[in-house]
Design a protein around this ligand. Sequence first.
Ligand code: TRP
Length: 457
Amino acid sequence: MYFLAHDNSQCRHYFTGEFIFDIKYVYITENQSVGMSVRETWATRVGFILAATGSAVGLGNIWRFPFLTGESGGAAFLVVYLLLVLLVGLPVLLVEFVIGRRSNRNPIGAFDELNHSQWKFAGAVGALAGFIILSYYSVVGGWVIQYLIASFSGGYGTEAQAFFMSTASGPTTVAFHAVFMALVAGIVALGVRNGLEKAATVMVPSVIVLLVGLAIYGSTLGGASEAYQYYLYPDMSTLLSDAVSVLPAAAGQAFFTLSLGMGVMITYSSYLGEDRNLLRDSGLIVVIDTGIAILAGLVVFPFLFTQGVTPGEGGAGAIFISLAGAFNGLPAGELLGGVFFFMLLLAALSSAFSIFEVVVSFTIDTFEISRVRASVILAVIIFALGIPTALDLTYLDTYDKFANNILLILGGLLLSLFIGLSGSTPPMPATNSRKAASRAGSARSGSTPSATSCRPS
Ligand code: TRP
């Protein structure tokens, strides 16, 4: 495809099959490196949904959700969590999608674009949450890599709990935290979003198939009925007495699992065209994400009960302890374990990537440094932030509660307030130009219309 040089004082739209570009600075030919300010758009609705689902489905569903449910009283927690996903998570997801699609910008730049610069701090709260979350997310990602390696090199030892403790903290944990962070930064620095989009295509269905298989196997175990009783039949009296701790935990989880409150979904929807039915897309993402979390509980609890581990006691190690114990006892357990932890690693990477992308794009825009440099510097900072967690598990809880139960919820609240208070703001001229591009695009290319902005992304 060829583009012609053109001055940067006005925008023009270039139609190239599936994509439409609004181009401000253009100086490429087919063989030259790209030196223009272009915002790509998702080629298809499925591509967008998969990328957003790839961000949403991650350690939050398979690792965090079961252990939180275990710590917070089982089925009662599940009920509150489902209510919050529906009543708060879905609307906030829509809020983020609307801000991103309307502004076509990163979560902080979006407020400039929408002429509400005074709200930029809402984006900054999200960026801060991103640093903290990724710092410990990467430590847990390092555990997954260690379990993956163990699957292929002699298994997880005879004592699943002891094996977890030796994996979860210490110098080796720091080293694997570095490996995970390097993987995330490497991918983001290369800008290979397509790679992850493709990974998500394989990852989401594979995770579902594996979890369904494991849940069916779990249902045959001795502890299954006790586990279902615990996980699926809420005891409303404990719910009322524990409301003070259950509510923030469930709200934090609803935000964490849907990647809300820190601008990931603003960024992803900034690559959207105008004609999407955002409610339908959000609904689908919520259903897939919640379904995978529920399924993870159906796997973890039968295994935990069968091994005699009380759910609350497993803590952050619940999924690792229960599954390693289970895989140890299965005929082809190590192979199955290897496949499972590989999927978990993909899921973790595509989520970590989305968090890192927000922080990187914000840094590039604010400090005007290159993507590679921003990725390296930020990876080092986030790695350093994660070291305490990698050396001492108790930090994980502190970081996790502060970032999720406070910062993410604050971020989501601010974004919702922003939409509520500025709902009467007339559309920006840029929006109109995008709409025109979008309409023209659908007419010319016959493909799903997609539109972009003239502004640097
Ligand atoms: N949703 C992801 C998970 O469940 C984690 C995640 C990705 C996230 N992006 C986020 C959490 C943004 C909070 C904010 O594992």
